[in-house]
Design a protein around this ligand. Structure first.
Ligand code: NG6
Ligand code: CA
Length: 508
């Protein structure tokens, strides 16, 4: 080779090629869609008008559904928040790890910081990642922590570039927002302390001063800790008076932060996990939504949630991003009317059926515990259809990777399966089978649903929910009997055996 040619080759290799590659990467990134996963909290299978509700209208979410894939056989892995969210973010069944039951507000982080997570998958694909809303997966290394200092590890250490969260649930202290590990409005002169064992500080508690409550607890336990904004919470907190949120402002604050995240990232692909707090207790919608439904604050909170989804979509349109953004709307677990506050959700039910035709509710192994609304909307790309493909939120990592094409090792996919074609409506075939837990373990395969024998309580009296626990195996034909009334276990012992085997493989 001549000297000139060598120089030319050198130039090509070290200057032109990387430039071309970078340009290609940029072009690729510009054409890949943004992804927003909206996760409602305790929203039931029958709570949206597109899923059959007649006493409440949810037009914005209905439009998403009409224009996309409305899944009617989609599931979370557990009937409460923490385990459900744990699976969605890690792709792993929650019972494979200890300590994944409902966490208190001071719990340590339970998501491993050295494993693949849903946000990390997007990060690996070049996305900017953010979470806005309810976290409920722990924060920091231990229960004891200094709430006035940087809190970590948390969402930012498991793959989110940006986080604006509250730590646990709206009914658990500390009632503060945490942005990238810092409590908003915290002051060294008024340190925040949290305790779940004994009362601390000078704030009145619901137990001692029920007369100070603007919304009373519906039972004598659970919500009688520190009173913040006239609402008794689970646990005790002191200090951080300026950092405490106002309940009516929580949802609009999340909406604003979600919009800001989108605006900041409009020029690059982003993944936003928008974890809404509605209609979880304490239901205290913004003042403009109070009384808007005829169903009490629970219904009002659902209207507020739907409105917020509409506002988010407006923002996408305004920024010209609506065509290139996949929106997934779902809920973490089933519905409950009385979850510990007297908010008239029971008295003003007015014929509304939060679980639709399903049996049970939040906390339950019956379908209403874990069968959730799930809508996938990608303008012009998803089919417009109703799909009965069997899918789980645990499949998000494996399925989104069909789109993102990150090189993953098989073992990183853990319990998830790639059901992307079902999510975008190209096929009605999802998983062969699926396991989940709501007290008792259960399995779905085809039309069959099996609930493993369990000696726990069969009825939660205060919450008025059937748990699905029964000392004998239960087997239902969900196609013929979606309300799980007719136990066919003794008629089909071989099916019980087959489904029990599938389960045993997953709970080892
Ligand atoms: C329960 C609370 C309930 C709710 C739930 C967690 C009482 C009586 N009940 O202990 O109000 O906070 O925990 O819900 O205190 S979840 O959706 O976050 O899993
Ligand atoms: Ca929940």
């Amino acid at each position: 080779m001549k000297k000139n040619e060598i120089i030319m080759l050198f130039f090509l290799l070290f200057f032109i090629a990387p430039m071309l590659l970078a340009q290609k990467k940029k072009a690729n990134l510009e054409s890949v869609p943004n992804v927003i996963i909206i996760n409602a909290d305790d929203l039931g299978y029958g709570d949206l008008s597109c899923y059959g509700a007649t006493k409440i209208e949810t037009p914005n979410i209905d439009r998403l559904a009409a224009d996309g894939v409305r899944m009617i056989n989609a599931h979370s892995t557990a009937a409460t928040c923490t385990p459900s969210r744990y699976s969605m973010i890690t792709g792993q069944l929650p019972w494979r790890r200890n300590g994944t039951a409902i966490l208190q507000g001071d719990a340590a982080l339970i998501i491993p910081t050295d494993k693949l997570t849903l946000p990390l998958l997007f990060k690996k694909a070049g996305y900017s990642t953010g979470i806005v809303g309810k976290w409920h997966l722990g924060i920091g290394d231990s229960v004891e922590k200094n709430w006035n200092e940087q809190l970590k590890p948390g969402p930012n250490e498991v793959g989110f570039d940006y986080s604006f969260i509250f730590p646990a649930t709206a009914d658990r202290v500390p009632t503060v927002f945490v942005e990238n590990g810092k409590v908003i409005g915290s002051e060294i002169s008024d340190p925040i302390r949290v305790n779940y064992d004994k009362a601390i500080g000078i704030d009145p508690t619901g137990a001692e001063h029920p007369e100070l409550l603007k919304m009373k607890a519906s039972s004598n336990h659970g919500h009688d800790g520190t009173i913040v904004n006239g609402i008794g919470r689970i646990g005790f907190m002191s200090g951080g008076v300026k950092a405490r949120w106002t309940d009516e402002e929580v949802s609009p604050t999340f909406l604003e932060k979600a919009k800001m995240f989108i605006e900041h990232n409009k020029k690059q692909p982003f993944f936003l996990y928008y974890a809404m707090t509605e209609p979880h207790v304490p239901r205290m919608p913004s003042t403009i939504f109070k009384g808007k439904s005829d169903l009490g604050y629970r219904g009002d909170a659902i209207l507020q949630m739907d409105w917020s989804v509409g506002e988010l979509i407006k923002e996408l349109k305004y920024l010209g991003l609506d065509r290139n953004t996949i929106i997934v709307f779902t809920s973490d677990n089933g519905p409950v009317s009385d979850d510990g506050y007297q908010d008239e959700a029971v008295e003003k039910q007015n014929g509304h059926r939060p679980a639709g035709e399903l049996r049970g509710g939040k906390y339950s192994a019956f379908e209403a515990g874990t069968r959730v609304p799930l809508i996938v909307n990608w303008k012009g790309k998803t089919e417009q259809k109703i799909s009965d493909a069997l899918v789980s939120q645990i499949d998000f990592i494996a399925s989104f990777n069909d789109l993102l094409k990150v090189n993953l090792r098989d073992e990183e996919l853990l319990d998830g399966q790639n059901v992307w074609s079902a999510f975008v409506g190209k096929t009605n075939k999802g998983r062969e089978s699926l396991v989940k837990q709501g007290g008792a373990f259960s399995v779905i395969k085809g039309n069959w649903k099996y609930i493993k024998a369990n000696n726990g309580r069969d009825f939660l009296k205060l919450k008025n929910i059937e748990t699905g626990n029964f000392s004998q195996p239960q087997l239902y034909d969900l196609k013929k009997d979606p309300g799980e009334k007719d136990n066919l276990a003794s008629e089909f012992p071989e099916i019980v055996k087959e489904l029990d085997f599938i389960l045993s493989e997953k709970i080892r």
